[in-house]
Design a protein around this ligand. Structure first.
Ligand code: SF4
Length: 301
């Protein structure tokens, strides 16, 4: 019987009892619960990571203007800006997270990791991480499996959907997945990986889902960039053995509790937060009119 990803404590115990690395129970789970063979899983990971790399590249090279006009080639502007706030690497990280998410907002091909709304975070983080640390693809694929295990628990114990748990559930989960993958790929211990997840959750807790005009563009795209930054800061903190104090399973419980008590207007209904501002409402009306104008005339095929 494979481990069913009920909690982080159990994942650690299972690895220790069976002398497994963190990614191995995820493979076992996929094989036993989803009836997939191992070769298929590794091939799927390779395919997924290729799509992630392509999304980053597409967002930085092709026109990324969304139909609403709210997204307008932001990633390229950040990438090419002559002023560097921290370091060139940080600038590249931010522009890549923006790039992959812009591809999604412009209806391009992305990997929903764990959702389309958060599809810029893991690509931005892992592509930049791999380049900096010269890590082979195989290690990144293992990191993606660790991310998948993290998402399985978060989905079970809290949520990974903005409509259920707010943006903390969506970009927060993706940031936690990315942070855990970084620490794993750098050879961190199980405790360090889980500590990175806990710290990330603490940083993302309470974030509402308030997409302007109901489109996954504003604030979604910039939140992918900030979540990528948080994933890296949490990994840096966790690697230094700075404790999250609150154990990771309790952080996930807190995320679930906050998500449950969040008002409906903060759960992808576009009725609260930024969506409810004067400008947000005006954009919403404009998008609605655009949609009506695009409807075919009566009698038209
Ligand atoms: S604001 Fe809502 S729709 Fe946008 S990324 Fe966050 S959870 Fe997804």
């Amino acid at each position: 019987m494979s481990f069913l990803f009920d909690d982080f404590k159990g994942w650690k115990s299972y690895c220790e009892a069976n002398d497994m690395k963190l990614f191995e129970p995820v493979i076992e789970y996929e094989v036993q619960q989803k009836q997939r063979n191992e070769a298929f899983i590794w091939a799927s990971l390779e395919n997924a990571y290729t799509v992630m790399k392509e999304a980053v590249q597409t967002g930085l090279t092709e026109d990324m203007t969304s139909r609403s006009g709210m997204i307008n080639n932001g990633a390229k502007k950040v990438y090419n800006h002559p002023v560097t706030v921290l370091s060139k690497e940080f600038q590249v990280l931010i522009s890549r997270a923006l790039a992959a998410k812009e591809v999604n907002s412009c209806m391009g091909r992305v990997v929903a990791a764990p959702t389309a709304g958060a599809s810029g975070i893991i690509p931005g983080v892992l592509v930049t991480f791999q380049e900096l640390h010269d890590v082979p693809d195989r290690k990144i694929h293992e990191g993606l499996l660790v991310s998948a295990g993290i998402a399985l628990i978060m989905e079970k114990r809290a949520s990974i959907a903005g409509a259920v748990g707010g943006c903390q559930a969506e970009t927060g989960s993706a940031a936690a997945m990315a942070s855990g993958a970084i620490v794993y790929c750098l050879g961190g211990s199980i405790d360090q990986v889980f500590n990175a997840v806990a710290i990330t959750i603490q940083c993302m807790l309470g974030l509402i889902c308030d997409p302007v005009a109901g489109l996954v563009e504003v604030p979604c795209v910039v939140r992918n960039a900030s979540a990528a930054a948080i994933a890296n800061s949490s990994a840096q903190i966790a690697l230094a053995n700075v404790s999250a104090v609150i154990p990771v399973d309790e952080c996930v419980e807190a995320m679930g509790e906050v998500g449950q008590s969040m008002e409906t207007r903060y759960k992808e209904t576009a009725m609260g937060g930024l969506a409810a501002t004067l400008t947000g409402q005006a954009i919403s009306k404009k998008v609605l009119i655009q949609d009506i104008e695009m409807l075919p005339d009566e009698g038209e095929e």
